[in-house]
Design a protein around this ligand. Structure first.
Ligand code: 9MR
Ligand code: 9MR
Ligand code: ZN
Length: 511
């Protein structure tokens, strides 16, 4: 059997360093392990395995091999009995290129412009005017990033992607970041209705196109779906947040944010978005707009200091870093604000702390370094990354916590191959890394570029028509419901908002 390890490796002097050894037979399985140097094929470290524990997510017994004390530079693998791991490195830069590749992904996802990048090159795509649903009005909403494996462009999830990238830049600046993100913000501005200030939910063709089509080959009519409260509130938040990163464009961003905010006030009773008849691309429906409004109010209050907006921020606290639950972004905006009420800020800190403690409690029970409490849904890697991101935000913005930082790093080790499938969920990084994402540009090119984060194990796909999932995952334990097959859209798609939190982690962890 395979011993599971981060396939890139570990920084020298970093702790912890752990491999996971699945136990075929708990009683006779090896109790000791060795670290073998690949150059000499000789053991350079010996340790005792931890006691056999049951991992519910993979429905198997495992032992932890802890070699945190081993700091020699070189290339190694773990051996226990007749089992071995993939090789890994210990040195000062085991993650070289990772952070840049995670960001470069956003350039590959660019819409409306020519991409000049080897086999993934294509002429400008989706650059015709788009029709406003149910009218014959046509607008220029070109630009922005393709959301995922499909070529739709959706405001709601894009707001999360932008927020993650900007927060990463705030805590760990990157000279390429602001220019990369501005491309998306310009598109956001185009998606605002000039007349009303509301923001259109998305622009896409009426349905998903075939997998083999390059971006410019999707020729269906572009349709702009109706405005929604969640999209408009997320727009307020994102533009208000962006105002502090792009001071020279502050006025434009804030006036767009204010107009959208007024639209939200006037349309606060609006129902959650559902695809209108004839449109079947990603819905990103979310019936509860309160957390989006909370985030919007927190950002707008932060950017303007307006007491009028402050009232909405103070009402109730929300949590979340997902595309549907965005409360934590609001908390972060509030906590960094010198005009904030200290009583409310204290409440928010303790709410965030409770969330971190919940994550840590699950983490303590999950040997692979996750904190999902057995809940592997569509995009489980997002939940993995978001949990780690919560821990790092708390560590950086509230109170230094070495245990939270270590736990966040353990989540990265999981993503980079220390998981029950020994799969690195980031393309191009690790011996057995993601090869066949559900992504039209790479399927059409017949090759996958590095730095893509896949959705990961999904135990809840039974009601989808993902045939690859049925073939390979049905009946498997939760953390093993994954297949590296480009047909498996419910386990192996990629999205901008799955890359963004992992980029945040790689940046803030200094990887
Ligand atoms: O490619 C589509 C992907 O982006 C979506 O996440 C997924 C679920 O909505 O749908 C994919 O498209 C598939 C469609 O739903 C069913 N027919 C096959 C399509 C391509 O695999
Ligand atoms: O990421 C989304 C996930 O949380 C949902 O469970 C899933 C089904 O509705 O849809 C995912 O979003 C997809 C979107 O609808 C279309 N583009 C690809 C997205 C990732 O699969
Ligand atoms: Zn495009």
């Amino acid at each position: 059997m395979k011993i599971h390890i981060n396939q890139l490796g570990y920084k020298a002097n970093s702790t912890p360093k752990k491999a996971i050894i699945p136990q075929s037979t708990p009683t006779t399985s090896p109790l000791t392990f060795e670290i073998i140097c690949t150059k000499t094929n000789k053991p350079v470290f010996r340790g005792e395995c931890g006691e056999a524990i049951y991992d519910t997510a993979s429905a198997s017994m495992v032992r932890v091999a802890d070699f945190s004390d081993f700091n020699e530079h070189g290339e190694f693998f773990v051996r226990a009995g007749s089992d071995t791991s993939y090789t890994f490195a210990i040195n000062d830069e085991p993650y070289k290129g990772l952070r840049a590749a995670l960001l470069e992904m956003f350039n590959y996802q660019k819409c409306g412009v020519a991409i000049d990048c080897g086999v993934w090159s294509h002429p400008p795509c989706h650059d015709s005017l788009a029709t406003v649903y149910g009218t014959d009005r046509r607008l220029d909403v070109s630009g922005g990033w393709h959301d995922a494996g499909d070529y739709g462009r959706y405001i709601v999830p894009a707001a999360k992607a932008v927020a993650d990238l900007l927060l990463a830049h705030e805590l760990a600046p990157d000279k390429n970041l602001l220019e990369t993100v501005w491309f998306e913000i310009e598109w956001f501005l185009k998606m605002q209705c000039k007349k009303t200030g509301g923001v259109y939910h998305k622009v896409s063709c009426r349905s998903f196109n075939a997998m083999h089509e390059k971006p410019h080959e999707e020729k269906g009519e572009l349709v702009i779906s109706p405005m929604s409260l969640t999209a408009t509130a997320n727009f307020v938040a994102t533009m208000a947040m962006a105002a502090r990163f792009y001071p020279e464009r502050r006025e434009r961003l804030l006036s767009a944010a204010w107009r959208a905010w007024l639209w939200c006030r006037e349309n606060s009773g609006m129902r959650g978005f559902v695809n209108p008849p004839g449109i079947s691309t990603g819905p990103y429906g979310d019936k509860n707009p309160n957390d989006e409004l909370f985030w919007a109010a927190c950002e707008l209050f932060g950017a303007t200091g307006s007491e009028k907006v402050h009232g909405y921020a103070k009402n109730r606290i929300y949590l979340g870093l997902g595309w549907a639950n965005v409360g934590t972004y609001g908390i972060i905006a509030y906590l960094r604000n010198p005009n904030a009420s200290s009583a409310i800020a204290a409440k928010m800190k303790s709410r965030l702390w409770l969330e971190c403690e919940r994550i840590m409690k699950n983490f303590a029970r999950e040997p692979y370094g996750t904190s999902l409490n057995n809940f592997f849904r569509w995009g489980s890697n997002l939940d993995v990354a978001n949990n780690a991101m919560h821990l790092l935000l708390y560590d950086r913005l509230v109170e230094r916590r070495a245990d939270y930082r270590n736990a966040a790093m353990e989540h990265m080790h999981y993503l980079l191959g220390r998981n029950p499938l020994s799969k690195s969920y980031i393309s191009g990084f690790g011996t057995d890394s993601l090869q066949n994402p559900h992504l039209r540009t790479t399927v059409a090119a017949g090759a996958t570029f590095p730095g893509l984060v896949t959705g990961g194990p999904n135990a809840n796909a039974i009601r989808t028509n993902d045939a690859a999932w049925k073939k390979h995952c049905l009946g498997k334990p939760p953390s093993m419901c994954y297949v590296d097959d480009s047909d498996s859209y419910s386990t192996n798609e990629i999205t901008i908002y799955w890359n963004s939190p992992v980029y945040f982690l790689a940046s803030v962890l200094g990887m």
